[in-house]
Design a protein around this ligand. Structure first.
Ligand SMILES: NC(=O)c1ccc[n+]([C@@H]2O[C@H](COP(=O)([O-])OP(=O)(O)OC[C@H]3O[C@@H](n4cnc5c(N)ncnc54)[C@H](O)[C@@H]3O)[C@@H](O)[C@H]2O)c1
Length: 418
C-alpha cells in the first residue's frame, strides 16, 4: 500500500508503533467489535474526516475503526507533547491514515499541520479542544458548506463550542462526545481513580495501607480516587464545599473534615476539585513532616505553589523523578508530586486503554450517526442509544449478562394508569 500524504518523524518506526497499537487494542474490546461491524457495513464509505487528537496508540485504534467503516482520514496532533512518533508512523504505513504530527513540534508546525488536515475538504471534524472548528469558522468558512458536523472530545472544547452557540456563530452540528454517562464513569471516576494512585506510587513508592489519604473534592474523579485509595488499605478523609456531596461521602463511610483539620491528618493529600487554592498557606502550616501533596484536577492551581515556595527555606528538586521536596523553616519536609500538575499524566501514563475504549467507541458510533442524520447547527448530546450500546458492548466483553424489560414492564414504566 502506498503511504498517504503525511508529515511524521520517521516511517521506519512503524513496526514498533504497530506493536504498541496492538497492545492497546487488547484492552479495547468494544471498539474492536465496532470495527468488525463497520468492516461489514461500511457506514463511512466516501466520508472524509479531519481530526485533531492526541496521536497515541488508543487514538490509532479509533482511526482503524473509522477506516474500517470506509472513511478517509487526515489526523493532526492536538498536543505536541503527547505524540508517539512510532504510532504516527504505524498510522501512515500500516493503517492508511494521513498523519501530520511529530513529538515536540513547535507552534508553527502545529498550525501548519492543522491547515494540512483541512486540505482535502472534510465532511466530518473530530476535535479535541475545538481547534479545527475554530480554524474553519475564522479562516476557512468556505469549508462549512461541505461539512456534515463533528465531535468534540474534551470539556474545554465543549465549553468553547457552547460559547460559540450562545454568541450565534456556531455554524455546524457538533456532538459533545465528552458529555456521556459512560465517559464520566470510565474516564473521570475509574480512569482518574486508578491512574492517580498509580502516579502516587510511581513517584514515591509509598505504602498506602494504614496511611491517611486526603481527597479534596468528592465529584466524579474524587469519588473514584477515594474508592481506590480505600481499596489500597488507606484511611480516606474527604474535604468538600458541596453539602450534598459531603453527605454522600459520610454515608459511604468516609471521614469528612474541613481542609484546616484534614491537612494535619494527611500522609498523602490529593486535590481533584477543578478549583483554585484548595491547599493554601494556612493548610501548609498544618502539614505533617513528610506529607505528600498532589493534584489530579485539570490545572495546576489547586495547590497554592507560590505559598509553598514562600514558606520554604529550601527546595530539593527531583529527589525522585516527578518528586520535589520543600523544607519549611521548622525543618518539616513537604513532598510535591509532578509540580502540582495533573499527577496521572505527569507521573503515570494517563488513562489506561480500557478507559479510552468507551470514549472512542462513543465517538465512532456518533460519526456513523452524524453522517446518517442531517442535523441543525448547535452543540448536541450523544443520543442515549449510543451510550447504552457502548455500555452493552463493554458488558458483553466482560461476559456479563443483564435482564431485559418484558413488554408488560416496558408499558408499566411508561404508563400513568395503574
Ligand atoms: N486527571 C484526569 O485525568 C482527569 C480526568 C477527568 C477530569 N479531570 C479534572 O478533575 C477535576 C474534577 O473533575 P470532576 O469530574 O470530578 O468534577 P466534579 O465537578 O464532578 O467534582 C469536583 C468537586 O470538587 C468540589 N470542590 C470545589 N471546590 C472545592 C474546594 N475548595 N474544596 C473541596 N471541594 C471542592 C465540588 O463541590 C465538586 O464536588 C476537573 O478539573 C477536571 O477537569 C481530571
Amino acid at each position: 500500500m502506498a503511504a498517504p500524504p503525511h508529515d511524521v518523524a520517521d516511517l521506519g518506526l512503524a513496526r514498533a508503533g504497530i506493536r504498541r497499537v496492538d497492545w492497546a487494542e487488547r484492552a479495547m474490546p468494544a471498539l474492536r467489535r465496532i470495527r468488525e461491524r463497520f468492516a461489514e457495513r461500511r457506514p463511512l464509505a466516501g466520508v472524509r474526516i479531519a481530526a485533531c487528537m492526541h496521536v497515541t496508540a488508543e487514538t490509532a485504534n479509533a482511526m482503524r475503526t473509522l477506516r474500517a467503516g470506509g472513511a478517509e482520514i487526515a489526523l493532526a496532533a492536538s498536543n505536541p507533547l503527547s505524540t508517539q512518533d512510532d504510532t504516527a508512523a504505524a498510522l501512515v504505513a500500516e493503517y492508511g491514515v494521513s498523519v501530520y504530527a511529530r513529538a515536540g513540534m513547535d507552534q508553527a508546525s502545529y498550525d501548519r499541520n492543522l491547515a494540512a488536515v483541512l486540505e482535502h475538504p472534510p465532511h466530518v471534524l473530530l476535535d479535541d479542544g475545538c481547534d479545527l472548528v475554530n480554524i474553519v469558522h475564522r479562516e476557512r468558512p468556505e469549508l462549512l458548506s461541505g461539512l456534515t458536523g463533528g465531535c468534540e472530545q474534551t470539556t474545554t472544547g465543549v465549553i468553547r463550542l457552547r460559547q460559540m452557540e450562545v454568541e450565534g456563530v456556531l455554524k455546524l452540528p457538533m456532538v459533545a462526545v465528552n458529555d456521556t454517562a459512560t465517559k464520566r464513569m470510565f474516564d473521570n471516576r475509574y480512569g482518574t481513580g486508578q491512574s492517580t494512585i498509580d502516579g502516587i506510587m510511581r513517584a514515591t513508592n509509598a505504602m498506602l495501607a494504614g496511611r491517611t489519604v486526603v481527597v479534596a473534592g468528592f465529584g466524579y474523579c474524587g469519588r473514584g480516587l477515594a474508592e481506590r485509595a480505600r481499596g489500597m488499605g488507606a484511611r480516606v478523609v474527604v474535604t468538600e464545599v458541596d453539602p450534598v456531596k459531603a453527605l454522600d461521602a459520610v454515608m459511604q463511610g468516609y471521614t469528612v473534615l474541613p481542609m484546616a483539620q484534614a491537612a494535619a491528618e494527611g500522609d498523602v493529600l490529593v486535590t481533584v476539585t477543578g478549583n483554585r487554592d484548595v491547599i493554601r498557606a494556612e493548610h501548609i502550616a498544618q502539614l505533617k513532616d513528610g506529607a505528600v501533596l498532589a493534584n489530579s484536577g485539570h490545572f495546576d492551581v489547586e495547590i497554592d505553589l507560590t505559598a509553598l515556595e514562600s514558606l520554604s527555606v529550601e527546595v530539593r528538586r527531583e529527589v525522585r523523578p516527578q518528586t520535589d521536596e520543600y523544607v519549611l523553616a521548622d525543618g518539616r519536609r513537604i513532598v510535591l508530586l509532578a509540580e502540582g500538575r495533573l499527577l496521572n499524566l505527569g507521573a503515570a501514563e494517563g488513562h489506561p486503554a480500557a478507559v479510552m475504549d468507551t470514549s472512542f467507541s462513543v465517538q465512532a458510533l456518533t460519526v456513523a450517526w452524524l453522517v446518517d442524520h442531517p442535523l441543525t447547527s448547535g452543540v448536541l448530546d450523544v443520543p442515549d442509544e449510543i451510550d447504552n450500546e457502548v455500555a452493552r458492548l463493554e458488558l458483553e466483553a466482560l461476559g456479563v449478562g443483564i435482564d431485559h424489560l418484558t413488554p408488560e414492564q416496558e408499558s408499566y414504566l411508561h404508563s400513568w394508569r395503574v
